[in-house]
Design a protein around this ligand. Structure first.
Ligand SMILES: Nc1ncnc2c1ncn2[C@@H]1O[C@H](COP(=O)(O)OP(=O)(O)O)[C@@H](O)[C@H]1O
Ligand SMILES: [Mg+2]
Length: 587
């Protein structure tokens, strides 16, 4: 069972090699053969030397010298050559594995990242990928060398004396059986350790990303405790693994000692009765030592290979995660013709089965108009935006963009015609200019400056020591939230897409930053079809149409005045917010 599983996984591991498989296998086998040739030849050399000591036949001495010199020359030229070849293969394959994994990362659906912790993904991409490399360069090579040595030595032994050899093979089979039994439990510990390493990386990324929260709430002890616990769990697993390995070594040593001693005694008796020659006995003892060592190593290699395979399995699992399709094939009746820029008809959507988030949601935004979504937290507003961006397929209903049903667009085409500004802007490692340029890679310097000025970002950028060349960190830590948001708006302006989606783009900002970001957003909204989710209703009073969302459905719609007249949910919300603002002003 374990062997079949291992063989399958080994083939899987090799399948990463693709067109390099042949080259890798040939050079690896070559290197193993060269190493094995030493183990196979040495006993025969000893036999020749012993026989020479007895018979004084100089031909035997010459043969021994030729074999030894030949083997060493063979080793010193061919081994480095093969070793270079397979290392080169491995490096090239690792390059392509890293690239495959990286590309896959970009093709996964938004859903994957909402279900998995960043730390776990990072651990799979770094730790587990590294483990695969170890398997290629070390474990597989050792395994092959062992198998070749075993095969060669066994043939040699049987040629020298088949009776002895049969007993030895029997003993070695027992050793191998015990080793495989051990490997099973070691594998389950390895699997566990790999998972634990993933969790440890999760804790680490949590620590780095959540540092301000940790400091503010004085959570240092709590998170450190969680880290210590995980770290201890890994240590316990590692110790358990060490314990199993030590036990295995002791058992192997005991069996080998018994068989070696037994063979020596039996051999001496046989030599004294002239059943076997002394030279042959010495050669067999040598061969047996190599066979024993090979079996011992085989057990150890199977054990370490287990952890590599556990790592590889986690990478395979990651690569098996479904990728986003080129377009959604919803196979739905497309009923109505529309000239609106955005139209959503009776959308039903659930993230998880039987947990409806949108329940017959409809909305229309005409070309160049601004529509706003308001409603309580959790009512489904952000979900509407995620569906428009094509992050998820929906269960029923239709979405039309620029008059065409969504199914007719590739997902990349949908994202080409939409600019999306989330609550918090993400800035990449690099300069401010690079970050803005991501909006349109072929934009000229003038175009960048025009966009940045329109986003009210030029002035503060020019005040920075390196201006547009200022480096911003992982999250643009040197800049304020409002400044980051304006850089993101400049990026969106440069993209110049006809549809604009804003998800509470100013809600994380203080009032002064909010003012400037609002100004920038007004420029961005000009001549574009905009759908905005607003936290503060005062910011969307001018919208052409306001949709009030409750439990995944539009319950009221109209412009500000009409909704105030209706005196419904919107009017209530608006009055509540006005009261809060007035109270804040008094304070
Ligand atoms: N990735 C997700 N998986 C499962 N449920 C989700 C996911 N994202 C949001 N939800 C749920 O969907 C509902 C609507 O969320 P959302 O659209 O973010 O609301 P809003 O933006 O109006 O606050 C909430 O109940 C939320 O818990
Ligand atoms: Mg939201």
């Amino acid at each position: 069972m374990l062997i079949r599983k291992m063989t399958n996984e080994l083939f899987h591991l090799l399948s990463f090699m693709k067109n390099k498989k042949k080259m890798y296998m040939i050079s690896l086998l070559g290197d193993s053969l060269v190493h094995a040739s030493l183990a196979i030849c040495i006993p025969f050399v000893f036999k020749d030397l012993t026989d020479f000591a007895n018979s004084k036949d100089s031909a035997l001495l010459t043969r021994a010298i030729i074999v030894v010199s030949g083997t060493f020359i063979f080793l010193s030229i061919l081994s480095p050559l093969f070793s270079y070849l397979y290392h080169r293969c491995v490096k090239e394959v690792m390059n392509s594995i890293r690239l495959t994994v990286y590309k896959h990362m970009g093709q996964l659906s938004a859903d994957y990242y909402e279900r998995h912790h960043t730390g776990d993904t990072i651990s799979r991409l770094s730790n587990d990928v590294h483990i695969i490399e170890q398997a290629y360069t070390e474990h597989l090579k050792t395994l092959l060398t062992i198998l070749v040595v075993l095969l060669g030595s066994l043939v040699g032994m049987f040629l020298l004396d088949w009776r002895f050899s049969s007993v030895l093979v029997l003993l070695s089979t027992v050793t191998l059986f015990i080793n495989i039994r051990f490997a099973k439990s070691v594998r389950s510990i390895s699997d566990q350790m790999q998972r634990q390493t993933g969790t440890l990386t999760e804790r680490l990324t949590d620590f780095i990303s959540g540092l301000p929260v940790i400091k503010m709430f004085n959570l240092h002890n709590v998170v450190t405790k969680r880290y210590i616990e995980m770290n201890e769990d890994i240590t316990i697993s590692a110790i358990k693994q060490g314990h199993k390995n030590a036990l295995l070594d002791a058992t192997n040593f005991f069996i080998n000692f018994l068989s070696f001693g037994g063979m020596l005694v039996a051999g001496i008796i046989m030599v004294s009765q002239n059943v076997i020659e002394l030279g042959s006995l010495i050669a067999i003892v040598q061969q047996q030592m190599f066979v024993t060592l090979a079996f011992l190593h085989l057990g150890q290699t199977i054990t370490v290979l287990q952890s590599s395979l556990a790592g590889a399995a986690r990478v395979v699992e990651f690569l098996d995660e479904p990728v986003e399709p080129e377009r959604y094939d919803l196979r739905r009746e497309v009923s109505c013709e529309t000239n609106s820029m955005i139209e959503m008809n009776e959308i039903v959507f659930e993230y998880e089965e039987s947990c409806r988030v949108l329940n017959g949601f409809s909305l229309t935004v005409e070309q160049g108009k601004v529509a706003a979504l308001v409603g309580a937290s959790g009512s489904g507003k952000s979900t509407v935006i995620k569906l428009l961006l094509g992050f998820y397929p929906f269960q029923s209903g239709n979405i039309y963009l620029d008059g065409k049903p969504m199914e007719q667009y590739k997902l990349t085409e949908i994202r080409d015609i939409i600019s999306y500004v989330p609550q918090e802007a993400y800035l990449f490692e690099g300069t401010i200019e690079e970050n803005i340029k991501y909006g349109r890679l072929d934009a000229s310097e003038e175009e960048i400056i025009v966009a940045t000025k329109a986003a009210y970002a030029h002035d503060f950028i020019m005040k920075l020591p390196a201006g547009y060349q200022t480096k911003v960190g992982e999250r643009g830590t040197m800049l304020s939230g409002g400044q980051r948001q304006r850089i993101a708006i400049a990026r969106a302006l440069l993209k110049n897409a006809p549809i604009l989606l804003l998800d509470e783009a100013t809600s994380a900002l203080d009032s002064e930053s909010e003012y400037w970001v609002q100004q920038a957003l007004h420029t961005l909204m000009k001549d574009r079809t905009t759908l905005v989710i607003a936290h503060r209703l005062s910011t969307i009073e001018d919208a052409d149409m306001i949709y009030v969302v409750e439990q995944g459905k539009v319950v009221e719609y109209g412009n500000h005045e009409a909704l105030m007249l209706q005196n419904g949910l919107y009017a209530n919300l608006y009055e509540m917010q006005t009261k809060v603002r007035e109270r804040q002003n008094i304070v």
